[in-house]
Every structure is written in structure tokens, then in C-alpha cells.
Design a protein around this ligand. Structure first.
Ligand SMILES: NC(=O)c1ccc[n+]([C@@H]2O[C@H](COP(=O)([O-])OP(=O)(O)OC[C@H]3O[C@@H](n4cnc5c(N)ncnc54)[C@H](OP(=O)(O)O)[C@@H]3O)[C@@H](O)[C@H]2O)c1
Length: 360
């Protein structure tokens, strides 16, 4: 068995010298190195920004979407959308473990797991796309994937349906960062707060700000906005297009009395909302750009351009303890669990999970 590098650089075909995420092409031979895990993949959860782009390019035609996904993976050896650069995550069964793969989680062959590293760096070979619904970013496949020694994963919990766990874990980094950033009595703004990650962030923000803080959601669709109101997941809800900077700015300032927000979380799945996030945030405040449609250039130069000394955080999808925190939200809130089951879990997978244990 060949010896692999901790970070998977042995899988990089081009360009030489880089790591798997920024690489253009990976070696997706499904023969493991001594420090890798081989996974029999059942479902991919394609990242929302990527899926939205694929759907748009294919005019929501399921066959065209399947073909596009297959061609990306055939070309790159991983599911990395060439336009958005983003990936997603997967669930599957552990098929083989190299002798040097870290065993501190006591993972074993046959365990059902979710990878917590992006598909944009995961060697993947799709043999067949079994089911794709343009309305759901969960795509059922017959495929195999490789996890590197440095790759993180969660053994799927036994008290939640698998696809529900997959939907929540896909965005686990966001509520975990909210927990770190938001303090009691803060004013928080969630741009695109009515979507999947937004709802989880709202729940955590409401918990952290307490009785005297504010959680302001900016949401595009009336339906999503109403849902946030019905679930009492915000103190204020603004229905607006977040790309319309000055409109949102005026509405947020009206709520905050011109003060602006301590923390802004960007959860949209469309480009051009950087300046909205920056303008609604107070000086010395903080913006967490979870959205994969964020432009570093627009955010960095835009903040400078308007003279805003604020902390801009790139949406690292990993935060220590993020999987437990996120799954606990689903366990704590019956309403959010029902919402996720209705919106993000395909009907065929709504039965209870039957996995052995949950670890991270
Ligand atoms: N950093 C990471 O590691 C990581 C991991 C996973 C995902 N992501 C990214 O995080 C973002 C959110 O993911 P998600 O799964 O939560 O997506 P989602 O469920 O699709 O939510 C996006 C939300 O943004 C709203 N929105 C879209 N355009 C808007 C606009 N112009 N103004 C106001 N609201 C708007 C959407 O409303 P409508 O439904 O009405 O359009 C929706 O409620 C995506 O960009 C995704 O790629 C990042």
C-alpha cells in the first residue's frame, strides 16, 4: 500500500505543489493510500451556491443537471463547481480504512458517516446518479470517495434521519460561528436569514442575544420571511433584496436607530451582497461571510472604500464542536426539525435513522 500525505497532496494532479482544494484536478483512483478512508457514497449534498448556479445554467432540467455534475466530476476528480468554486458534503458507508488512518473516533468499516470537509477537495468517482430533483440539493448517487488523514467527519447519529442530519451538517459551521461571535444584548443582522443556514443561525443568535438584544433578518421571499416570524426566530424581519444596498441599509438603520449592527452574518446564495453586509454593521463590528458567493475583493476593498474599520471573517466551514452544536439545535427545536424535514429532506428518507452511535 502506498504512503499518503496527511493533507492529500499525493492526490493532486494539477497544478503541482498545491493542495486538493485549490487543485484543478485530483487523482480519483479508488484504491486507498495507507492513511485514507474509502467511502461508499449514497448521497451528495451539493452546496447551495453551487446547486443554484447549476440549476440556473441547466434551466432546472434534471437530466442536464445530472450530466453537468457528471462532467465536472469526470474532469476534476471532485465535485467542485468551476463557477462558484464550492463543493458540499456527502454521506456514505465506510468501505475501507488504511492502517494509518486516525482511529481516535473509533470509526470502523460499515459505519455510516457524513464528511465534514468540502466536496471541493474530496476525490470522488460517480458511477451513476440515481436521483436528482432540481428542488433539492441532495443528490442520490452510486459513487465512491476518499477522505484524507486530515479530513473530518461525523458518525451519523442514531436519533435523527440520515438526510436530516446531512442537511444540517452541510451548514454546521454557521451556527457555531454565531455562537462564538454573538454576545448578550448584541444587535445581529442575518442577510438571507430565511434559508437553511439562516434558520439555524437565527436560533443561535436569539439564544445568545437574550431578552435585550435584537436579531434582524433580511430575507428576499415573503414566504421565508413569514416563516421566520411564525417561528419567532427574529425580533425584526425585513423583506428586501439584499443586493439593493441602500434600501436594506435604510431599513436596518431605522430599526437600530442609526447605530448599526454588532454582528452581521451573510447567509445568501447569490453574489453582490458584500456592501449591504458591511454598511449595516457598526464601526468595530464584525461581518461573518458564510455565503460562498462572497467576493473577497469586493468585501475588502468595499469596506476600505466606505471607511469602515470592521472585522471581516471568511466563512470557514469548520468550527470545533460545530456538528454537535448544529444537531443539538435540531434536537432542541421541534419546529426547526419539522421545517428541515419538510423542506430539505426528500420524502423517501423521512423514517427514523437506525445508525449505531454518534461521535465527532
Ligand atoms: N462557508 C461554508 O463552509 C459553507 C458551507 C455550506 C454552505 N455555504 C454557503 O452558505 C450560503 C447559504 O447556504 P444555505 O444552504 O443556507 O442556502 P439557502 O438555504 O439557499 O439560503 C439562502 C437564503 O438567501 C436568500 N436570498 C437569496 N437571494 C437573496 C437576496 N437577493 N436578498 C435577500 N435574501 C436572499 C434565499 O431566499 P430565497 O429562498 O427566497 O431565494 C434563502 O433564504 C450559500 O452561499 C452556500 O453556498 C457555505
Amino acid at each position: 500500500m502506498q504512503k499518503g500525505d496527511r493533507y492529500g497532496t499525493h492526490r493532486v494532479l494539477s497544478p503541482a505543489g498545491t493542495l486538493p482544494q485549490p487543485a484543478i484536478q485530483l487523482d480519483n483512483t479508488m484504491e486507498i493510500y495507507d492513511n485514507e478512508m474509502l467511502i461508499d457514497v449514497s448521497t451528495l449534498n451539493i452546496d447551495s451556491a453551487s446547486y443554484t448556479q447549476i440549476k440556473k445554467q441547466c434551466h432546472s432540467n434534471a437530466e442536464d443537471m445530472k450530466n453537468l455534475i457528471l462532467s465536472i466530476v469526470a474532469e476534476r476528480g471532485k465535485m467542485q463547481n468551476p463557477v462558484t468554486g464550492s463543493g458540499g458534503m456527502l454521506i456514505g458507508t465506510v468501505k475501507a480504512l488504511g492502517p494509518k488512518f486516525p482511529h481516535n473516533n473509533k470509526v470502523k468499516v460499515g459505519d455510516r458517516i457524513a464528511t465534514l470537509v468540502s466536496l471541493s477537495l474530496t476525490p470522488l468517482k460517480i458511477y451513476d446518479i440515481k436521483h436528482l430533483n432540481p428542488k433539492s440539493d441532495q443528490v442520490d448517487v452510486n459513487a465512491e470517495a476518499i477522505l484524507f488523514e486530515s479530513g473530518i467527519y461525523a458518525i451519523l447519529p442514531n436519533d435523527l434521519p440520515e438526510k436530516l442530519a446531512l442537511a444540517a451538517l452541510d451548514v454546521a459551521g454557521a451556527p457555531a460561528q454565531v455562537d462564538r461571535l454573538v454576545r448578550e444584548s448584541d444587535i445581529v443582522c442575518l442577510i438571507g436569514g430565511g434559508g437553511k443556514s439562516g434558520v439555524l443561525c437565527c436560533y443561535q443568535a436569539m439564544k445568545n442575544v437574550g431578552a435585550y438584544g435584537k436579531v434582524i433578518v433580511v430575507e428576499y421571499s415573503k414566504e421565508n420571511a413569514q416563516r421566520i416570524k411564525d417561528l419567532h426566530l427574529a425580533t425584526d424581519v425585513i423583506i428586501a433584496d439584499a443586493t439593493n444596498v441602500m434600501d436594506v441599509y435604510r431599513k436596518v438603520m431605522a430599526i437600530t436607530g442609526g447605530r448599526g449592527c454588532d454582528v452581521t452574518i451573510n447567509n445568501v446564495n447569490v453574489p453582490a451582497t458584500e456592501m449591504t453586509s458591511i454598511l449595516v454593521t457598526k464601526g468595530q463590528g464584525c461581518v461573518y461571510f458564510f455565503s460562498m458567493a462572497t467576493s473577497f475583493t469586493k468585501a475588502a476593498l468595499g469596506a476600505e472604500g466606505v471607511g469602515k474599520d470592521i472585522c471581516l471573517i471568511v466563512g470557514n466551514g469548520y468550527a470545533k464542536g460545530h456538528s454537535e452544536l448544529t444537531l443539538n439545535i435540531i434536537r432542541e427545536s421541534r419546529e426547526i426539525r419539522e421545517l428541515f424535514e419538510n423542506l430539505y429532506v426528500p420524502a423517501v428518507d423521512k423514517e427514523e435513522g437506525d445508525n449505531e452511535n454518534f461521535l465527532y
